[in-house]
Design a binder for this molecule. Structure first.
Ligand code: 5GP
Length: 181
């Protein structure tokens, strides 16, 4: 049987660049929340933020709790469907707690906007947003990212948690899928 042709992935952010940036983000977050009385709650958005969150939480020198939420907004497509649906909710109340939403990428900002609104109805002490990546200009400045890893061009990226049709999440770098002719 002929072997399926593998798509070419052009490295956009190397493993080393990501490691350095995540370490700095951890320091920034630790500095901002240094005097909390209770652990900071990091809420990772499944599945894309899992790899980033696992590195980020180890770069934070404060007690943290981990929570996860499942949302679907993209399916297997590379264009936003515009509809955000919660498929898995938090397992504990966040009332009165400091919450940091951890995203893999902010594209149109629809998902982040929806989730931040959802969290605020749960009356946390504060909600902030951390995203590894952002495609600038696409959310019309509506989303404030308190802790940002990298601004990237408006290309579809994979790796370091980000997938295309379910694969590439385990790449140690972020890359652009090149469509071969
Ligand atoms: P938004 O609601 O900001 O348009 O999109 C957020 C979600 O869309 C991300 O959490 C991610 O799952 C998906 N997404 C947006 N851009 C990309 C991309 O370039 N690559 C991948 N793999 N997913 C993306």
């Amino acid at each position: 049987m002929p072997k399926k042709k593998e798509p070419l992935i052009r490295v956009l952010l190397s493993k080393e660049e990501i490691e350095k940036r995540v370490a700095l983000l951890g320091q920034e977050i630790s500095k901002k929340y240094f005097n909390l009385e209770e652990p900071l709650i990091l809420v990772g958005i499944l599945k894309g933020s899992v790899i980033f969150l696992s590195d980020l939480c180890r770069a934070i020198s404060l007690p943290v709790e981990l929570e996860f939420m499942g949302v679907s907004s993209y399916g297997d497509e590379t264009e936003s469907s515009g509809v955000v649906q919660i498929t898995q909710d938090l397992t504990r109340p966040i009332k009165g707690r400091h919450v940091l939403l951890v995203e893999d990428i902010v594209d149109t900002g629809l998902t982040a906007k929806y989730l931040l609104k959802h969290f605020r109805t749960c009356e946390p002490a504060s909600v902030a947003m951390c995203s590894l990546l952002e495609k600038p200009g696409k959310s019309n400045g509506e989303i404030l990212i308190d802790f940002l890893g990298f601004s990237i061009p408006d290309d579809f990226v994979v790796g370091y948690g980000l997938d295309f049709a379910g694969i590439y999440r385990n790449l140690p770098y972020v890359g652009i899928v090149e469509t071969s002719t």
